[in-house]
Design a protein around this ligand. Sequence first.
Ligand SMILES: Cc1ncc(COP(=O)(O)O)c(C=O)c1O
Length: 436
Amino acid sequence: MATERAADGAWFERARRIFPGGVNSPARSFQAVGLDTPVVIERGRGAWVWDTQGRRYLDYQAAFGPLVLGHAHPRVVEAICRQAAQGSLTGATHPREVEWAEALTAAIPGLEQLRFVTSGTEAVMSAIRLARGYTGRTRVVKFSGAYHGHSDAVLVKAGSGASTVGIADSAGIPHGVLDDVVVLPYNRLEPVETVCREMGESVAAILVEPVEGNMGLVHPAPGFLEGLRALATRIGAVLIFDEVITAFRFHYGPVASLLGVTPDLYCLGKIIGGGLPAGAYGGRRELMEAVAPAGPVFQAGTLAGNPLSAAAGLAMLAVLRETNPYPEMDRLGARLEAGLLAQAREAGLPATVNRLGGMFTLFFGPDPVTDYASALATDAGRFARFFRAALRRGIYLAPSRLECWFVSAAHTEADIDWTLERTRDAFAEVAADRDA
Ligand SMILES: Cc1ncc(COP(=O)(O)O)c(C=O)c1O
């Protein structure tokens, strides 16, 4: 038996023997940043995490998004403990899930009814089935570089962890499934117009991350989402916004309401579960009433709406509503963005930052990043060197140039200063093209 203080390498060797590639999700692998052995995180508190050797890192990865309050927020921990003492699962409707759903419908325009599931993947998979069942059509339009989880229909030209490990088109997906998925470039309306004109009567859904988070952060071009809204309405397709990353990330609600566009269906996950497994899909009541047992579209889940996730989610939502940390996250995000760009410039490294609130991506390259092609054109080698240089200095980033940094409500001004004191040297190291 290895001890509690076993070196990260020893833990990872054990992990490698029993998990494919040593991980339970490919995005956790450090392969793309040139490291065989990732950090093995033992615990987290606030904005910080500690590895199994007791080394401390300032965490900008935030478990890929859910931890908007940082790690182990006392209100969330207390809510989980209180609920656990009363049972973690009922297999029946219970009050916490009702309150949880009511909190979401109150904050999300157009979310009249919803169904809880246990992951973002399930939320999207179920929303697609509903759109198909409701419209009686089969085709789904999605955008290259978006990631909507790992169900068959959406794992075509998918971004984030999928393309980072080079499998944007996964093996094991039947051709028949792919025949019904149309993949188009993000931020360009003309190809969507063409598809709607030529095959509109077979399109069940247009599926989009309203602000992209899986090719790095990419903003929607002016008019793009409005155009999708109008086209979906015109052809009678269901407009699905995948807000698994973006809901409650930038304000107390979906990014859709900041952008002024309302979809027919939302997919939710990450933050709404307070760090516990959760997802949801929902929208117009009349559409949702096609879901079983109200309607003919079957979808179910033993752990769906479980009391522990409900308690954690409710606690996180309550803290967000009461404390409104968003202006401060935006201010710290802007400060970090400005500092990183100035340091990159000083080091002679062309760089671009795409940011909204506390969420941003630092791309190594001279050109604006507006879609998957421009995200892929950024410098993977420089990102990998920057990642390693930052990690050595105690800064923990997501290990892919196609992911985001998350400034949480737990990050402080002092944390941003601490970061910028270290990233200056990290940029210099990248510019000198050397690893210590
Ligand atoms: C936009 C988006 N949709 C769906 C998913 C899938 O969620 P999960 O990993 O909870 O299955 C993710 C995960 O990163 C995501 O970013």
